[in-house]
Design a protein around this ligand. Structure first.
Ligand code: SF4
Ligand code: SF4
Length: 485
């Protein structure tokens, strides 16, 4: 029987079924242990240190106790601490991005995804480089600077050379004042050699959702295709890091398996990356199973309520305070609104989840033929930006760290020391000003510049404030763009 070892490179040792079961039993036994729960909440709380804050985080066992706890006032306290952590390390900024679907050809048999091989009625589509250009121009015209590219696994239709060509095309398009400054990549598990090629192509984060950490369920849900190989999929992040990719993004698809099992597995994966590579995941995504062509979420038994979903987000925030958290347009405005307070730091906006969903369509028109899932939040990017601002957040289009070489452990040490805040805040204001000047509606522009003026006053360092003000003046009065700290 595999033995739990976070430093092992074998999937079944670092995501160890027995360890997860023991964790869940421990959590269940202690879910009303108020002394322990208070101790864990105290451990997770951000502490003042020098000019900033420091946070201890929680182990998968500790965080699982909090997730199991059903005492209302303790849950309220968790939510308060999650918000404190969010404000201590991310302030009120929210980074925006959009997905770009390149191809829905796929040879896998995933039971929860409409792109599975046996779905014969969904149209199959793969963008040509000309179409990629058109999509990127449409995305730039919306105001996006950061993309997550998505493609099914298909060695014939979507080989790594195709993905690399697309990345080159995306970075090469400069339309009006627009450019895509960071391309994150969400493609199937691949080889060290291919990860190296992605690194050389200048990708930001490599994102791969585990879907489920429960091996038996994984094998059942992925009956055919290369993705059936649980170990190859689960060990992908180690190969990505071996290939030189510093920033990796984890996630599970909540609804496939019991959420407490997934939660413990997800945190064990994060602990494994830290133990082996010295740096945890850059981001964690929290997708929930959604309706789609050929897919009915009611066919799966493990759907979670909005309340549980919020508790999961808060507990992840407490456990891994330095990891960015992403929520997509799978979730509604209401759910996203609450999740933002509990630790989410990145959201998508104005998203299309179909292949070729941006070019040729206006903001309210959305093609459904090749959609991967139903989008709950169907607002335009302009509406999302204004909504964020009206709810006390600063929408940010910042991509500075990756472009300044602040990735992997370099990024994490700046993040842990709290110094990154000195960059994030002015960068958010400058990139928001670019958005307001180039793309926003008059109403959003008005709300936005009021916010920028107020927030500029909050930059504590006088020199940084002066430079940010000068740069924003330049953005307003000229076509100079892409200022960054
Ligand atoms: S989840 Fe990914 S690998 Fe599975 S069918 Fe969909 S596109 Fe293919
Ligand atoms: S400065 Fe770095 S961490 Fe901060 S928002 Fe920009 S890219 Fe993200």
């Amino acid at each position: 029987m595999p033995v739990y070892d976070p430093k092992s490179l074998k999937a079944e040792e670092f995501i160890n079924d027995e360890e997860i079961r023991e964790t869940l039993a421990y959590a269940e036994a202690n879910k009303n242990n108020t002394a322990l729960i208070d101790q864990l909440l105290e451990k997770a709380r951000p502490k003042k240190k020098d000019k900033g804050y420091t946070c201890a985080g929680l182990t998968h066992r500790e965080a699982s106790v909090l997730l199991a706890c059903e005492i209302p006032e303790k849950i309220e306290e968790m939510y308060r601490i999650a918000e404190e952590i969010k404000l201590a390390f991310y302030g009120n900024r929210i980074v925006l991005f959009a997905p770009l679907y390149l191809s829905n050809y796929c040879v896998n048999g995933c039971l929860y995804c409409p792109y599975h091989l046996k779905n014969k009625h969904i149209p199959r589509k793969k963008l040509t480089q000309e179409e990629v250009r058109a999509e990127v121009i449409a995305l730039q015209d919306l105001g996006h600077k950061r993309l997550a590219i998505e493609a099914g696994e298909d060695p014939v239709n979507n080989p790594i050379e195709y993905i690399l060509d697309c990345i080159r095309t995306i970075y090469s398009v400069h339309h009006k004042n627009g450019d895509i400054r960071r391309v994150n990549v969400n493609i199937a598990a691949t080889t060290v050699e291919n990860y190296r090629k992605l690194k050389e192509a200048g990708i930001g984060t490599y994102i791969l959702f585990q879907e489920t950490y429960h091996k038996d369920s994984y094998l059942h849900l992925h009956p055919t295709g290369p993705k059936h190989d649980y170990a190859y999929h689960t060990e992908a992040m180690d190969r990505a890091m071996e290939g030189g990719i510093d920033d990796v993004g984890l996630g599970v698809l909540f609804g496939l398996e019991l959420y407490k099992y997934e939660f413990a597995g997800l945190l064990m994966h994060a602990e494994h990356l830290e133990a082996v590579h010295g740096v945890g995941p850059h981001t964690i995504s929290v997708p929930r199973l959604k309706r789609a062509d050929d897919i009915d979420p009611d066919d799966f038994d493990n759907g979670i309520s909005d309340e549980i979903f919020e508790k999961i987000i808060a507990c992840i925030r407490l456990a891994v305070p330095y990891t960015g958290m992403i929520i997509s347009t799978r979730e509604s405005e209401e759910v996203r609104s609450r999740a933002l307070r509990l630790g989410i730091s990145q959201v998508s906006g104005g998203s299309r989840t179909s292949v070729g969903g941006y070019a040729g369509y206006d903001e309210n028109e959305r093609p459904h033929d090749t959609e991967q899932f139903d989008v709950s939040d169907q607002r335009s990017l302009d509406e999302v930006v204004r909504w964020l601002m009206e709810n006390g957040h600063i929408p940010s289009f910042c991509t500075a760290c990756y472009r300044e070489g602040r990735t992997g452990d370099r990024f994490m040490s700046l993040c842990k020391s709290g110094q990154i805040l000195n960059c994030c805040h002015p960068n958010a204001l400058m990139t928001l000003s670019e958005y307001l000047e180039d793309y926003a509606s008059p109403q959003t522009k008005e709300v936005g510049y009021r916010l920028v003026e107020d927030e500029l006053k909050r930059i504590p360092n006088e020199k940084v404030r002066r430079i940010a003000e000068e740069n924003i003046d330049a953005i307003k009065s000229s076509n100079r763009r892409d200022f960054r700290f």
